[in-house]
Design a protein around this ligand. Structure first.
Ligand code: ADP
Ligand code: MG
Length: 884
């Protein structure tokens, strides 16, 4: 009967997987047994506590051409040859037992080739108890004091668990006792059977922590064997016939040589889809010894069956199932709560698998070979299932796992499919002869490690507040103490007296009178009845005594209770006061709280305002920074601009300076040229003048001939020796002016030159600054302009122009002519002339001729007669039209 998943009890109808989302890989451990003979070659080396290395034996290496390499295999833990059974148990099975006690399922199996130490690991030997006896020991050490009475928990035939009431349980217990006393023959137990006490050394026992003390527990064990894909119940009782027993229960020779082969069982699925062996015996056990005895009984059956049926035990799988039922105690903490739905069942399966070697190795023949094939088949199926599971989990596929292909996989389907811890101990014999098989075992183990099963969740069992058991116990102790105090029966006295009385209650003698002359029966009956009457009276007395005592105790309890009630009343009053106080304090607290809330609110608002201001400040600062940056940028831009302008100014200045220099030079050159031309002309004039001294008649023509070709310098300065008074200009002058009206502009800055050759313009309007009124009345304009010539003499210029009426109603002057008058010292030329001529009268005469102002002027005016040039002494312009 398999119920691998906790929480599959009827109280949870469909908790198919009460598991967490977390998954754990199958825990695979490796145990290396010592070589049986020191001469044997070893092919295994333990490298670390998680890794082993497989060395191919020399023979195989040579045969297979290096096909067999040295391979390392890793496990959750590797146990070397020196590992004790205790160490192995602590690491591998102890957590599973702890889980079992806390309501979780576990599956532990040993895997390996025959002779690798599977059975040694699982069962062990005297003093070297394996995982199974140690697990049983731990279970009972942990739940021992909290076990329910036998038959309180009862298994049904559908893999469920029920609770019987106390009376039914008691009746069943009595029935069992009577049957056992019948079966207990001296031969029922062979002395050679190992006792549990021999299996584990004292001091090696252990206990689980955190056992729920307010639950009641019960352990059921079953033991099955799977051989040739058939399931056999190893605990099934054979037909009981005390006269002709068919089973040699105690190992005594069979009285009946006819062997009845055990019937195979079938697998069923319960309402929670858990697999179980239908009709399998589940024995309730109350101690490790009892459990081990049951296990040993199954072992013996297995051995006998194997012998009788000529089977090879290494070809069968044995499954020992420990089922732990637990249910909460009732409110008093005395009995198990009569509620089927509160039962939790967990189970631990300890499986010693058949040898994993292939058929060829066993050298089996015929039937054996076929059977071996079948057994191999089931291990093959196990391997396939693991493979598919791994593939599904790793690749996310959803292939069907072929659990149903063999009984062993079908039985444990729920473990792999659902939850519950799965652990495997891979046993290896380092013997090199096993090399190839061991390698296959290792491969399977590696693959198994990659399979994950969901982790079961923790679930509290207890339905009531904890501590009922202790409270109950404490109450009993208190009652006993009080009874002692009042001199009543000390602990256990009443039951003792009663028991003694009960035991001395004489049984009724046979009262059947067959013989009329029987004188003994009646007197004996009377005697017994009288005795019984006396005892009854004594019992009644004892009873009333106890009842009275209890009554007085109760009365005392009552008065105590009254006093306590009064006290409680008093305290209540006090409490009321305190309550009031508390109330007022509460209101005060409320008020303060409100105030604090108000303040908090204000603080909040202030905080918010501060925040806003800060925000503003930040933004303003930001803006300021931006502006500053902008200003900075503009400033630098300006500076750059300035520098550029400076550069440009310097450049332009330089350019203009150069240009000016160039122009000055050009002008200078031009002037030099002019000067040279003038000098040349002067020389020529001189030559002419000198000539004219000799040719006097030609004298008047010369100036006219020269008039336009050569600029004539005439002395306007007063002659050093004036021979005649100044002459008024002739009338012809007015002719040159025509009928036109002139504006005579003489700036106030002009110097009055005391010369005779003063321009005279009749009808002219004289102004010192040009004014529009004057201009409007005239049509000609002349400006007398004085400047210092290059030789230091004052040079007077007459700048002439015509006045136009502009469209806007104003006047404009267009300059048309410039006349230049230059004043020179007349001394030098006269001296020259004087020095050049040796004849003074001649010179005088000539001077007298040419210095005659009137003559000279008339000549000059005559030269210009008919021209439209206006007033002036000498035409100095370079206008071509003036040239003849
Ligand atoms: P299996 O069950 O795998 O066929 P067994 O458990 O029957 O193998 O072991 C074969 C033999 O080896 C037994 O005699 C057993 O005592 C011995 N043996 C196995 N493992 C160990 C071990 N770890 N220490 C000492 N002896 C061992
Ligand atoms: Mg074995």
């Amino acid at each position: 009967m398999i119920r691998p998943l906790k929480g599959k009890t009827p109280r949870r109808p469909a908790p198919k997987k009460p598991s967490s989302n977390q998954k754990d890989p199958v825990g695979v451990y490796c145990r290396v047994r010592p070589l049986s003979n020191e001469d044997e070659e070893s092919c295994i080396e333990v490298i670390s506590n998680t890794t082993i290395q497989l060395h191919a034996p020399d023979g195989i290496k040579a045969n297979r051409n290096g096909e067999f390499k040295e391979t390392q295999y890793s496990f959750k833990k590797v146990f070397g040859i020196k590992t004790s059974q205790r160490e192995l148990f602590d690491d591998v099975a102890k957590p599973l037992v702890e889980d079992l006690i806390h309501g979780k399922n576990g599956l532990l199996f040993t895997y390996g080739v025959t002779g690798s130490g599977k059975t040694y690991t699982m069962t062990g030997s005297a003093g070297q108890g394996g995982l199974l006896p140690r697990s049983l020991d731990m279970i009972f050490n942990s739940i021992g004091p909290y076990q329910a009475k036998r038959f309180v928990f009862k298994t049904d035939d559908k893999n469920g668990m029920e609770i019987q009431n106390q009376v039914d349980a008691l009746l069943e217990r009595q029935k069992r006792d009577s049957q056992q006393s019948l079966l207990k023959t001296p031969s029922s137990k062979l002395r050679t059977d190992p006792e549990f006490s021999e299996m584990i050394n004292p001091g090696e026992t252990c206990k689980a922590e955190g056992v729920d003390e307010d639950s009641s527990y019960s352990v059921f064990v079953s033991y099955i064997e799977i051989y040739n894909n058939y399931i056999y119940d190893l605990l099934e009782e054979g037909p009981i016939d005390p006269i002709k027993p068919k089973w040699n229960i105690g190992g005594t020779p069979l009285r009946n040589t006819e062997f009845i082969p055990p019937q195979s069982k079938i697998l069923r699925e319960d309402q929670n889809h858990n697999m179980y062996v239908a009709g399998c015996t589940e024995v309730e056990v109350k101690s490790t010894e009892e459990a081990f005895e049951v296990f040993w009984k199954g072992q013996k059956r297995r051995r006998i069956a194997n012998t009788q049926l000529n089977r090879e035990s290494s070809r069968s799988h044995s499954v020992f199932i420990v089922k732990l039922a637990q249910a909460p105690l009732d409110a008093d903490g005395d009995n198990v709560l009569q509620d089927k739905n509160q039962i939790a069942v967990s189970q631990l399966c300890l499986v010693d698998l058949a040898g994993s070697e292939r058929t060829s190795r066993t050298r089996a023949e015929g039937n054996r070979l076929r059977e071996a094939g079948n057994i191999n088949q089931s291990l093959m199926t196990l391997r396939t299932c693991i493979e598919v599971l791994r593939e599904n989990q790793m690749c996310g596929t959803n292939k069907m796992v072929p659990y149903r292909d063999s009984k062993i996989t079908h039985l444990f389907k729920n473990y792999f499919d659902g939850e519950g811890k799965v652990r495997m101990v891979v046993c290896v014999n380092p013997n090199a002869e096993d090399y190839e098989e061991t390698m296959l075992v290792m491969r399977f183990a590696e693959m198994t490690q990659e399979v994950e099963v969901a982790r079961p969740v923790d679930r509290p069992i207890c339905a009531f507040a904890a501590g009922r058991r202790q409270r109950n116990q404490a109450f009993k102790e208190e009652l006993t103490r009080r009874l002692e105090e009042r001199g009543g029966p000390v602990n256990g006295e009443t039951p003792f007296v009663m028991n003694q009385l009960l035991q001395s209650f004489p049984p009724l003698p046979p009262c059947e009178i067959t013989d009329p002359s029987d004188d003994h029966t009646l007197p004996r009956l009377i005697e017994v009845l009288e005795k019984r009457h006396r005892i009854r009276q004594m019992m009644t007395e004892e009873y009333s005594k106890t009842a009275n005592m209890l009554k007085s105790m109760l009365q005392e309890f009552d008065s105590n209770l009254m006093a306590k009630e009064n006290f409680i009343h008093e305290q209540r009053g006090k409490l009321g006061e305190k309550d009031k106080m508390i109330q007022s304090q509460k209101t005060e607290i409320d008020r303060l709280e409100k105030k604090s809330k108000m303040l908090e609110y204000k603080i909040d608002i202030l905080q918010k305002t501060t925040n806003i201001y800060e925000e503003d400040k930040r933004s303003l600062q930001h803006e300021l920074e931006n502006r500053e940056q902008k200003l900075q940028r503009e400033l630098s831009e300006k500076k750059r601009m300035e520098a550029r302008m400076q550069g440009m100014v310097t450049d332009t200045k330089l350019k203009w300076e150069k240009e000016c220099e160039r122009r000055v030079q050009a002008k200078q050159l031009e002037m030099q040229n002019k000067l040279w031309v003038k000098d040349e002309k002067l020389k020529q004039l001189k030559a002419i003048v000198t000539e004219s001294k000799t040719e006097r008649p030609e004298k008047p023509q010369r100036p006219s001939r020269e008039k336009d070709r050569v600029p004539i310098k005439r002395s306007a300065s007063p002659s050093p020796v004036p021979t005649a008074p100044p002459v008024r200009p002739p009338h012809r002058r007015s002719n040159s002016a025509g009928g036109e009206r002139w504006v005579d502009h003489k700036p106030a800055s002009n110097l009055e030159l005391d010369t005779v050759m003063q321009p005279n313009i009749p009808n002219a309007i004289k102004v010192s600054a040009p004014n529009e009124k004057a201009l409007s009345k005239c049509d000609k304009y002349v400006l007398t302009h004085q400047e210092v010539a290059s030789d230091g003499e004052i040079q007077t210029k007459l700048i002439k122009g015509e006045v136009f009426k502009t469209r806007g109603g104003g006047q404009a002057v267009q300059f048309t002519d410039i006349e230049t008058l230059k004043q020179e010292c007349p001394v030098a030329p006269s001296r020259k002339r004087r020095s050049s001529g040796n004849d003074p009268p001649q010179t005088e005469a000539m001077d007298g001729d040419w210095t005659d102002v009137e003559t000279r002027c008339s000549v000059a005016v005559e030269m210009r007669a008919g021209s439209n040039l206006g007033p002036g002494y000498q035409h100095h312009g370079n206008q071509k039209r003036r040239k003849p």
